[in-house]
Design a protein around this ligand. Structure first.
Ligand code: FAD
Length: 238
């Protein structure tokens, strides 16, 4: 799996900060865009994020290419509706060589891996045979499994990304989409460090665990750091 940040709003933090400044002053965003100092920009962004005035973050958008994830993963990704997607078609593209995505839990060389690979091989054989019989790719693809790889272009704005990271960087999220989300987070942090400085799963962004999994390693780690090393892993212990 490979995640690339293809492009983004040229100065994503400046756009959001200029929009925010215009909301609270008599000057236009044009002036704010050119005049805001880096320090003022950071201060404004932190203020709008902590106050929940998140709509200004919608002016900054980010386009990723996600390559080689499974269809099981892309199906979860496209559930996030405030985004734009362009996915490689199984109708128009014939898959001569299919390099299926194999989860780590089954790729340990045991019986599970054998069963899994046999299943995939059966799908691969059936797909090729159907194509050879003249069945259109759009119908032959019905035998392809969720492990089939796909490529997808995803565009999300910064507000949607914050929501996406809260849900999908969580250790309770499925491993493959979590890997995608973690990669996306590290890519946007490099270009919009203030907007995404506190981004991550709910335990990072809001210090709460909606799953109430207080034995989760992430929660324990965060909670320990908050309590200066004390091993209380339950919020009620605060
Ligand atoms: C751990 C986990 C388990 C899941 N399990 C399942 C499952 O078993 N079955 C299943 O079907 N899905 C499941 N999902 C998917 C989940 O239900 C959401 O569809 C997905 O996470 C997208 O989240 P979202 O709606 O916040 O994102 P988006 O669709 O991007 O929406 C972003 C935000 O916009 C607002 N919004 C968007 N559309 C509307 C609307 N129509 N009305 C009001 N507000 C809106 C909401 O505030 C929303 O949070 C799971 C997700 C996670 C993280």
């Amino acid at each position: 799996m490979k995640v690339t940040l293809l492009t983004h709003t040229p100065d994503p933090e400046r756009v959001a900060a200029a929009a925010a400044r215009q909301c609270y002053s008599k000057f236009s965003a044009t002036k704010a865009y050119s005049d805001l100092s880096s320090e003022d920009m950071k201060r404004l962004l932190r203020k709008i994020i902590s106050s929940g005035h998140l709509s200004v973050l919608e002016h900054a958008s980010f386009t990723f290419v996600v390559d080689g994830i499974s269809r099981a993963c892309s199906h979860q990704l496209v559930r996030h509706r405030i985004a734009s997607y362009s996915q490689q078609s199984q109708r128009y593209v014939k898959f001569d060589e299919i390099d299926f995505v194999v989860p780590e839990s089954v790729s340990k060389g045991g019986e599970a891996e054998k069963v899994f690979l046999e299943g995939l091989e059966g799908c691969r054989r059936a797909y090729r045979a159907l194509l050879e019989m003249g069945i259109p790719a759009e119908d032959a693809r019905y035998v392809l499994p969720q492990a089939s790889p796909t490529k997808i272009v995803v565009t999300m704005n910064a507000r949607e990304l914050l929501n996406f990271f809260e849900l999908r960087c969580c250790l309770s999220a499925q491993w493959e989409i979590r890997e995608v989300a973690d990669e996306m987070l590290s890519l946007v942090k490099a270009v919009a460090p203030t907007v995404f400085e506190a981004a991550g799963p709910f335990c990072v962004s809001r210090r709460v665990c909606p799953e109430k999994k207080y034995d989760c390693p992430k929660w324990v780690e965060l909670y320990k750091s908050k309590k200066g090393g004390a091993a209380h892993a339950h919020p009620e212990a605060e």
